[in-house]
Ligand binder design. Sequence first.
Ligand SMILES: O=C(O)c1ccc[n+]([C@@H]2O[C@H](COP(=O)([O-])O)[C@@H](O)[C@H]2O)c1
Ligand SMILES: Cc1cc2nc[nH]c2cc1C
Length: 356
Amino acid sequence: MPNEPKDGQPAPNNPANDQPAASFAEIRAVIAQWAGPDLAAGTLAAAREGQLTKPPGALGRLEEIVQWLCEWQGRHPPRLDRPRVAVFAGNHGVAARGVSAFPAEVTKQMVANFVAGGAAVNQLCRAVDAELRVYEMALDDPTEDFTRAPALSEEECARAMSYGMMVVEPGIDLLCLGEMGIANTTSGSALAAAVVGGTGSDWAGPGTGVAGSALAKKIAVIDEGLALHRAHFKDPLEILRRLGGRELAAIAGAVIAARLARVPVLLDGFACTAAAAVLRGIDPRALDHCMVAHVSAEPGHKRLLEAIGKRALVDLGMRLGEASGATLAIGILKAAVACHTGMATFAEAGVSGKDG
Ligand SMILES: O=C(O)c1ccc[n+]([C@@H]2O[C@H](COP(=O)([O-])O)[C@@H](O)[C@H]2O)c1
Ligand SMILES: Cc1cc2nc[nH]c2cc1C
């Protein structure tokens, strides 16, 4: 069984190729049928919120979080007993163009670090009591360099999306998505440009730390990819396969599966959000069951959030990836649920309401 955790640690696996592939047509058909929010559960949340011992709205976005959890879990009260953190790892052919400050082998080395429990995300999972799964996706078989050819074939992309769908297992009540992939801020920038518009210079940033002539090179590489694939930008899944990567396609698949299973999603940083944003081209409401946990210091992330109408929960200047921001935000969601479920009402506490 792939993905079985050992002693609470993530287990790697080498999937990507043994997963039955849904076709793009099947993926589109699933999206066409998915459900909207459970407004009745949201109404129950709002009714209780109004009775709790606080001025109306005084818990700010904690109240919004509870409402959102109820609507997308389809239940009141909301539950956060089993949050899952999924980190997908993939390698990118475009890394060979020198667009990252780190060599491509770091992707695999970091997966080993996740498994050994030594990465930031391991500590964050422990801090918020979340389970971590790491999904290693054919790391010895990088995608094509998107300046020369589509990064993935349709079959490879659909397979990676199907693989990502597997992370949504029965019993989980929140899904935090993140990625590990050297050069994937180049892919993320290209995806964002294809989805939102603009050029390499609008979207490229330092990623792991490129600057100066290396950043100029990264911008040029993104522009080359955009020029090569532009004729296909009308089709969101074509954008994903041409400019994305396995871990990014898996994130898009996981977002779809979570919607179907009524599991709310926390998105992490720039490349993660760019991968999910592709789905808005199929359904403008595709990310309604997703919150963006944090705004990354990667400058394209802020721009992308503005373009897709999402406000991140926190801004801590992080730019790590590996689901670190999403995992951190589990603590905020737990705090929101604790207030909603644990606070006394005005009647229970004998506190006068605002009208006496
Ligand atoms: O999450 C972000 O916004 C973020 C910003 C900068 C870098 N990263 C991480 O760094 C890697 C990509 O950076 P780069 O420079 O190799 O494109 C990848 O493993 C990401 O998880 C992540
Ligand atoms: C060391 C390192 C750790 C990471 N975690 C997520 N992306 C990363 C990129 C690098 C380079």
